[in-house]
Design a protein around this ligand. Sequence first.
Ligand code: PMT
Length: 396
Amino acid sequence: MLKGKHIILGITGSIAAYKSAVLCRLLVSAGAEVKVVMTPLAKQFITPLTMATVSQHPILVDFFNPENGEWNSHVKLGEWADLYLIAPATANTMAKMATGVADNLLLTTYLSARCPVAVAPAMDLDMYAHVATQRNIEQLRRDGVHIVEPGSGFLASGLVGKGRMAEPEHIVEAVSAILEEKKKSLEGKHFLVTAGATIEPIDPVRFISNHSSGKMGYAVAEALSERGAEVTLVSGRTSLATPKGVKRVDVLSAEDMWQECVARFPECDGAVMCAAVADYTPSVVAEQKLKKGDSDMTLELRRTKDIAATLGANKGKRVLVGFAMETEHEQQNAVGKLERKNFDFIVLNSLRTEGAGFRGDTNVVTLIDREHSQPLPLMSKHEVAEKIVDKIEEFL
Ligand code: PMT
């Protein structure tokens, strides 16, 4: 469950911070990538060197690097994460989280995070039992923050009672459960996904097509299915295996894809149009192989039907996501397609960007809706798919 997950580990100023190193090591061993954010006081309890070593990333404490003025972007960090875990979380930090105070990097990251957030409180028993702390914890629960309950036992004060941070193994289990729960967040929903290239026959031997491998669309279908959605994948020709749990319908031409999508869309809660669909098809398909002559040949093409625009016109409350593959005026063209095809948001990728677009295992995309444009860094197509599905959930 933790393999490949991005986790921010926030550490606040508590004696329980000594357990954060073990916690970080367990998360990394389970396959997660961990970036650590510390409050200035946390550095008194566990050294940045220790945490940088176990997390294999530099530690983030300040808003910017005083040596060169480089910003530590809490927004980018919040976007990067699949889960934000604050362990240990002091009474002070939880009070600030509950009221939206943002006076250090750990707290601004909390306010920017779009992912699930979990806190593992750690403090003395009276502080924990205090009505103010309990009120703040209740507020955090209402705000959707997961609370990993502290245990009872010996406390740093010498007293015995409830307030000890949960053991690292227990916190890792809780984190896995949260990610598992997130994964099933689309249970009961049905999505249509198009992927791959269409094939427009010229004669029984030749055709017009494009470079789409289907990888991006298949990754989206897989990500939706992993979160519990029923997925119908209408696929152009590819050599890819069908993702587990996904129902695949193979098509060849843009017309075939149009037929399948239009028939299936009414039963769906949304659709992701990732296929590279031919905009033109030969007006006449020759019944026999065309013979070459001495002169040049002109092929007459006619427009295909626009699948996305048809679904967009009949969208109702469904979520409709488009893709735009551009080579120039990227943003402007993508916004035009967003409007014309009535997408809720569009995923822009450009052939001018290295690591983006056709065939490779990575992509560089910008998610554009009517209010925001969110550029994402180079990621695997699977990570891009996760980000797309996160955004779909915001629209549902
Ligand atoms: O398959 P890969 O090798 O992984 O590559 C992924 C990709 C580059 C194909 C993918 O990321 C992508 O950008 N897909 C859309 C490519 C495209 O042709 O976009 P477009 O700008 O022509 O079309 C805009 C939108 O309308 C797309 O959502 C497209 O699916 C849809 N469309 C277009 C024409 C048509 N007749 N019907 C449609 O539904």
